[in-house]
Design a protein around this ligand. Structure first.
Ligand code: XIL
Length: 355
């Protein structure tokens, strides 16, 4: 399970130098560039369907403007991934740009493309404090008005995608670093009950959909992961429809859990009867080959924790190539380089999650 770092480094650097296709069985002592290209280790491919064998489904956030074009971005995605999260196409500013209705055109095209290619779609996100259209944030709402609008929004969106989008981030980033409820427009105007309301409305609109709360900085012990435990426990006790928690896992060498720490946190959430997925993993590192080795070890820690927990059903990175990341390409946070070459991080993922 744990080849030495030297092997990962050798394979990874060879990969970066242009040997496009390596498997972890390659003998690091030989010149891999002379080998016939072999497929990069697959995780849940081929087949595209979730393995069902207790192995998490591998997913990535995607930009629809890039994915829709036949080309290297699309090819790389289809070669390796079985699930996608729209990086922006299902946020409120995209789906409700004006007060008078919805714009489902891009999201529909994305969902159609995904299902044609047997890719599962994880919906992201119904209630968040960012990417809320200006016409919502700038208006002076009464509590009753905003509550009615949010109910209408969630109901319409979840119904629209019923049967096609099987899981949703219903509430994204509800907590502050200290563990209190974030003072978003939703919390300020609707009060703390908005979390349970949103989950109930989503469940009513599609009783089959798996519903998630999604949050960052839960991967280490501290006030935020403890507060999330209490929030989830309270929701479960009140029988609010909730299926899982998404750990975003935006990590860096400075903000990284140990394996023990991450496993303990994930087990604790799972103990509430929830799925515990990795929903937005990336590891910002900056320049240098050594950084990529450290990055791979962080990816390995997270992949191993997910693989070892039966309730971790989805291992999703926030993008897949350094060419397209919200953090900027210079941070090199993703498993494939800007030119689509597998990095040591990819080899670590494949090693932990692959067959
Ligand atoms: C980011 C997208 O990647 C960017 O393209 C966009 O400009 C801002 O949002 N947590 C989340 C994601 O839940 O929705 C965010 O995505 C990254 C942080």
């Amino acid at each position: 399970m744990f080849p030495s770092l030297a092997i990962v480094l050798t394979l990874g650097v060879a990969g970066l130098l242009g040997a496009r296709a390596l498997t972890r069985d390659d003998d690091p002592g030989v010149n891999v560039e002379r080998h016939e290209p072999r497929p990069v280790p697959a995780v849940t491919k081929p087949g595209g369907a979730p393995s069902g064998a207790g192995r998490p489904v591998l997913g990535a956030a995607v930009e629809w403007a890039l994915l829709r074009e036949p080309g290297s971005y699309q090819r790389l995605f289809l070669q390796h991934y079985s699930s996608l999260t729209p990086e922006n196409a299902m946020k409120m500013d995209a789906l409700a740009p004006t007060p008078d209705g919805f714009d489902f055109r891009s999201a529909d095209a994305l969902v159609r493309w995904a299902l044609d290619h047997r890719i599962a779609v994880h919906g992201h996100t119904l209630v968040w404090h960012r990417q809320v259209p200006a016409w919502v944030t700038e208006r002076d709402w009464t509590r009753g008005e905003l509550r009615a609008y949010l109910k209408r929004y969630i109901t319409a969106v979840v119904r629209h995608f019923r049967g096609r989008v099987r899981s949703w981030d219903v509430v994204n980033e509800p907590l502050t670093a200290r563990g209190s409820l974030r003072r978003s427009i939703w919390e300020r105007v609707l009060g703390p009950g908005y979390v349970a309301d949103a989950l109930r409305w989503a469940h009513a609109a599609d009783p089959e959909a798996r519903l998630y709360v999604n949050e960052f900085d839960l991967e280490r012990f501290g006030p935020k992961s403890a507060a999330m435990y209490r929030l989830l426990r309270a929701l479960r006790r009140r029988q609010v429809p909730l299926d899982g928690i998404g750990l975003q896992a935006h990590l860096t060498p400075q903000w990284r859990p140990t394996g023990r720490e991450l496993r303990a946190i994930m087990r604790r959430y799972a103990g509430l009867g929830l799925q515990v997925d990795i929903s937005e993993l990336d590891v910002a590192v900056g320049p240098g080959d050594a950084a990529l080795v450290e990055q791979a070890s962080i990816y390995r820690t997270v992949a191993a924790a997910c693989r070892r927990l039966p309730q971790c059903g989805r291992f999703t990175t926030w993008g897949f190539t350094d060419a397209s990341t919200w953090l900027g390409s210079a941070q090199r946070p993703l498993p494939f380089s800007s030119t689509g070459v597998p990095k040591p991080a990819w080899l670590a993922i494949a090693d932990e999650l692959g067959p």
